[in-house]
Design a protein around this ligand. Structure first.
Ligand code: FAD
Length: 375
């Protein structure tokens, strides 16, 4: 497994792209809209920039989760993008650090440790060049944790996590806090039941699908959608209708199953954490955010993602299988209903009825004190 900061990946990609013949990079240019020709559906012929227009045979929306493409489609008279969403329910507070030493580390700095605590998720993600990301992910609706955007509070709360606090002794912060809220699982399409919304436009990455960042599938989705687009362009160089349909079919095949998997897994986790918080009186009086449908129940013929992940803790073969599902190498449903996987998970469950040892929880008084440290 290779863990790296996004900024490092971008630098490597940028340097590689600059060696490609025929590529012109225009940094700092903001796309303001689409150039289109009328028709049914309209045809995209380029993009509008602040300082003029850029004609193109094919336009790719790679502008991320806050893509303005819906507005641009409306301007073009096109139908809106079909979208499905499911709340991941998390806020995500993170900060990059640099290792001060390589001796006496509390764990492997090139790996990640993610602890699903009763009230929030805490994690460390190793990265490149001696850097590490520390993160705390409470429920977005648990307003006690909004103070985590203050670096001192973030450090104080991280210090209450028994399984991870040792990292603070060997790390120096680099950069500011990154607070992210409003995280959703989303799946957008550029084709609806009546066909493509426009011709000549494709989307990749977060512009197609966002998923709960704690499972780290963002890069997988980006690469999957890009590689599929490369194939589709090669197969249909002169037929934009065939291209639109083929790229959408690839999304159905290679992205949608992971969106569905994530939405179900998140629904189950949200229900669990909300149950704990309600029982402890934390969310009392606050209306619960609706959760996505939880999906099929585990049965003799099917295991769920959480069951597979728990069994993977004890079994090397299941560990590889679970990693393949997380890493988008195999379709989740094919694994969950594979008779050999189901049988092995049930064997492991029988051999370890107590399940995965729960991580040590923060001391409630220390946690309350840490949260109160905000100025
Ligand atoms: C808190 C958090 C943690 C995450 N952790 C992980 C992880 O550990 N592993 C993982 O794989 N994924 C992770 N993800 C997801 C990952 O960040 C995204 O999936 C990935 O960045 C998507 O790449 P993208 O290129 O589609 O979009 P983005 O990275 O959002 O890039 C879009 C680019 O388009 C530019 N842009 C936008 N609008 C315009 C415009 N009009 N004109 C010109 N340029 C424009 C933006 O400036 C930006 O540079 C995380 C996400 C979040 C929110």
């Amino acid at each position: 497994m290779l863990l790296t900061r996004r900024s490092t990946l971008d630098r490597v990609l940028d340097a590689r792209v600059r060696t490609e013949p025929g590529v012109t990079l225009r940094g700092g240019a903001t796309v303001r809209g689409l150039l289109t020709e009328g028709g049914t559906p309209p045809r995209v012929t380029g993009v509008r920039l602040d300082d003029g227009a850029l004609a193109a045979d094919v336009v790719v929306d790679a502008s991320g989760r806050r893509s303005r493409v819906d507005d641009w489609l409306a301007d073009a008279g096109a139908r809106p993008r079909p979208v499905v969403t499911a709340d991941c329910g998390l806020a995500y507070y993170s900060r990059h650090y640099r290792l001060r030493t390589t001796d006496g580390l509390p764990g492997r700095a090139d790996n990640r440790t993610i602890l699903p605590l009763d009230e929030f998720v805490a994690g460390m993600w190793g990265a490149d060049n001696g850097t590490v990301l520390l993160g705390l992910c409470p429920l977005a609706e648990d307003h006690r944790f909004r103070v985590l955007r203050d670096p001192e509070v973030f450090t104080a709360v991280f210090d209450t996590v028994p399984g991870l606090r040792g990292w603070l002794d060997v790390l120096d912060p680099v950069g500011d806090m990154f607070p992210m809220g409003g995280l959703h699982n989303t799946l957008h399409r550029l084709v609806d039941a009546a066909g493509p919304l426009v011709l000549g436009l494709h989307a990749v990455g977060d512009g197609v699908c966002t998923t709960n960042p704690t499972l780290a599938r963002g890069l997988g989705v980006a690469l999957r959608t890009v590689l599929d687009l490369v194939d589709v362009l090669a197969e249909h160089p002169r037929d934009p209708l065939a291209r639109a349909l083929a790229h959408d079919a690839a999304i159905t095949e290679g992205v949608e199953p992971y969106y569905v998997d994530q939405a179900r897994t998140d629904a189950a986790r949200l229900a669990r954490v909300r149950g704990v918080l309600h029982a402890r009186g934390v969310l009392d009086g606050r209306p619960a955010t609706p959760a996505a449908p939880a999906g099929p129940a585990p049965s003799a013929a099917r295991v769920g993602f959480d069951e597979l992940s728990a069994a993977a803790f004890f079994d090397a073969a299941l560990f590889r299988t679970a990693a393949s599902v997380r890493g988008m190498l195999v379709r989740p449903e094919a694994v969950y209903t594979d008779p050999a996987v189901v049988a092995r998970v049930r064997e492991v469950q029988a051999a370890h009825p107590a399940g995965v040892p729960a991580p040590a929880q923060p001391d409630p008084d220390l946690l309350a004190k840490a949260l109160a440290a905000a100025v």
